[in-house]
Structure formats: C-alpha cells, structure tokens
Design a protein around this ligand. Structure first.
Ligand SMILES: Cc1cc2nc3c(=O)[nH]c(=O)nc-3n(C[C@H](O)[C@H](O)[C@H](O)COP(=O)(O)OP(=O)(O)OC[C@H]3O[C@@H](n4cnc5c(N)ncnc54)[C@H](O)[C@@H]3O)c2cc1C
Length: 318
C-alpha cells in the first residue's frame, strides 16, 4: 500500500507541512508507505522536510516543462508518475491550482475523488473522508473503497506536527515523457502572493459590500494595521475590483483560521463562511440584525460599519 502526497512548483507551498502530517497519520494507521512527489524545483527544500515528517520515499520530477504552471503538462506528469509508482491513495494540498489538477488526475486514472476534505480516516480497509459540501453549508463523510482514491485536503484545519521518529527518505528521480503534451491553458494573470499569507494571519479584518465603496474599504485596512493584522474581504468586493483576489476569503478564496476574524458589512453567505468559520472568535458589524453572519459571530454590533470602524480604529490606536 502506498500513499502519495503530490506537490509542485518552485517552492514549498503553505499547507504542505499540514498535508504531510495528515498523510503520515493516515499511512501509519494503514501500515502504508508514504511517498512525497515533488514536481518542479523545490526538491532541495523538500529533503529536510521529508525527513522531519517521516516520509519513506521522496520522488522528484525535474522536467523543465514543469517550470511554469501548465495544467495539461502537470496532469500528464502526475499520471505517468502514478502509472510507475502505483499508489493506493493520492493526496493533494488543496491550493487553487490543486483544484484544477486533482479531479483531472483522478479522471485520467479512473480513481474515486473527494475535494474539500479536511479529515481522512482508515476504516475496514477503506477510507472515510470528511469534506465540506453544498458551498460549505454542511459536512459529508464519503466512504471510499476504490482501489485508487484521490483526496484533496483543505489544510487550514489540520495542525502540522513533525513525526516522533524522523525518517531517512529514499530520494529518487522519476522520468516522465512530456514531449507530446499540447498545453491548452495559458496563465494570463495570477494573484500577487507577496508577504505573509492570509491563511497564517492571527487577526483578520474583512470587509464586504456593506462598506458601500472601495474608498471606504480603507477603514478596514486602517483597523487591520492598528491591530497588527491582515485585511481581507468577500468575493463581492473582489468581483467589484475593490481588492485583489489574493485577499478573498471563502470557498473560492482563502481558507483562514485566525484567532480573531472581524467582518464589517459582510452578509455571512455560506461560501464566505467556508473560509473563516474556523476562526476562534468572529466579530460582526452588520446593520441587519437578521444577517447570516450573526449565526457564526461570538460578538455582534448591529450598526452602520462606517460609524463603528472609525471608533474601533481610534480605540486600537490609543
Ligand atoms: C460557487 C460560489 C463560490 C463563492 N465563493 C465565495 C467566496 O470564496 N467568498 C465570498 O465571500 N463569497 C463567495 N461567493 C459569493 C457569496 O455567495 C456572496 O455573494 C458574497 O459572499 C456576498 O458578499 P458580501 O457579504 O460582501 O455582500 P452582500 O451579500 O451584498 O452583503 C452585504 C452585507 O452588508 C450589510 N450592510 C450594508 N450596509 C451596511 C452598513 N453600512 N453597515 C453594516 N452593514 C451593512 C448588509 O446588511 C449585508 O448583510 C461564492 C458564490 C458562489 C455561487
């Protein structure tokens, strides 16, 4: 039995340690071998991390065609790799790119696939995979008994922990033939990913359409700065061009787990809450007392956020 965590790119993405932790716990309970496939340039960086996490085999694909994110090429590389290694479970750290790759790899290999998973347990020779469903409204446990399963894990709810016994991974280079792949995708723009990640922030101040305008969003930035936190927002204001998509919280944005999530002028749609409901404390400012956000908030201020935010900024700066 072999479990493989598949990653790619020129650096180790956030969430990889969490995915390795989950993969290791699963392979321990199944008595399976844990492999980590690194496609791209991050192999050096991966070596130490693989040992820390008790990985048995570090498999590296170093094809120059994988230098940039090219979905068709990457899918082909992963499929050829799986044909050689014959894993029983393939895990992905559910980044935005992994959402595009995981289902296609599963389709090519005829595997069962579950996206948006946050827990995987071995039971009676199969897997019980717990995932969010219906836009984050509910959780579902899927039973996978297929010979090959693909599970894409949202790692923000997983706590990274190194193995008790560090491993001594066997490192090997895997050859794939990508010459005949005709790439159909062209990345025309990608979100700016500079500085700290929203997913790692302990304090997030988020704004929604209730702020009324892009100019008013500046209040969110000011409060986030005064509190030493980061600023984010709902998809509505990303779509309206007020903030960059790298700041979007939610199902199709960043899945965050801060200590404090302060939501100003956000309705609390399930797709938004999928990205912040794991926060320890949610504080909402919404002038509608029946807004969904109040189902999740520990503290709520039923008021105009344009009046409350300046007061909070003053208090935070005092
Ligand atoms: C497949 C899919 C994926 C999606 N993914 C995401 C996602 O990742 N993230 C995301 O955020 N959304 C996502 N959405 C969109 C989501 O369903 C909502 O439309 C969006 O979250 C609404 O944003 P909002 O709360 O800012 O705006 P609105 O729904 O317009 O809510 C504005 C809120 O502000 C309040 N308000 C108005 N004026 C004030 C004021 N002056 N003071 C205080 N409160 C005020 C209103 O009462 C209202 O509750 C997705 C939708 C779909 C279908």
């Amino acid at each position: 039995m072999t479990i493989v965590l598949c990653t790619w790119g020129s650096f180790i993405e956030g969430g990889t340690e969490e995915a390795l932790t989950l993969a290791r716990k699963l392979s321990d309970s199944l008595g399976a071998r844990l492999h980590w496939l690194v496609a791209g340039d991050a192999a050096k960086e991966a070596s130490a991390l693989a040992a820390t996490h008790g990985v048995a085999g570090l498999d590296v694909i170093n094809d120059p065609r994988l230098g940039e994110f090219q979905p068709d090429t990457l899918v082909e590389a992963l499929v050829q790799y799986c044909d050689q290694v014959k894993p029983t479970t393939i895990l992905f750290n559910q980044t935005v790119a992994a959402r595009l790759i995981a289902p296609r790899v599963a389709g090519r290999l005829g595997a069962a696939v579950v996206m948006n998973a946050f827990a995987v347990a071995a039971r009676d020779g199969g897997l019980d995979v717990t995932a969010t469903a219906f836009g984050g409204d509910t959780n579902v446990v899927y039973r996978l008994d297929a010979p090959l399963s693909v599970v894409s894990v949202v790692t923000t709810t997983v706590v990274a922990a190194p193995a008790v016994q560090p491993g001594n991974p066997v490192e090997r280079t895997i050859s794939v033939d990508l010459a005949s792949v005709k790439e159909r995708f062209r990345v025309v723009s990608s979100p700016k990913a500079e500085g700290p990640r929203l997913e790692d922030a302990q304090i997030i101040v988020s704004g929604g359409r209730g702020l009324g305008s892009a100019q008013n969003y500046d209040l969110v930035k000011q409060l986030a700065d005064a509190l030493g936190g980061m600023w984010g927002g709902s998809r509505a204001i990303v779509d309206d061009g007020w903030i960059d998509s790298s700041r979007q919280v939610g199902l199709t944005g960043k899945i965050t787990r801060p200590g404090l999530y302060l939501a100003a002028g956000i309705s609390g749609a399930s797709q938004h809450m999928a990205g912040c409901s794991a926060a320890k404390t949610i504080v909402a400012i919404n002038k509608d007392k029946d807004a969904s956000i109040y189902r999740y908030a520990r503290y709520g201020v039923v008021a105009d956020c344009l009046e409350v935010l300046p007061e909070l900024i003053k208090a935070a700066r005092a």
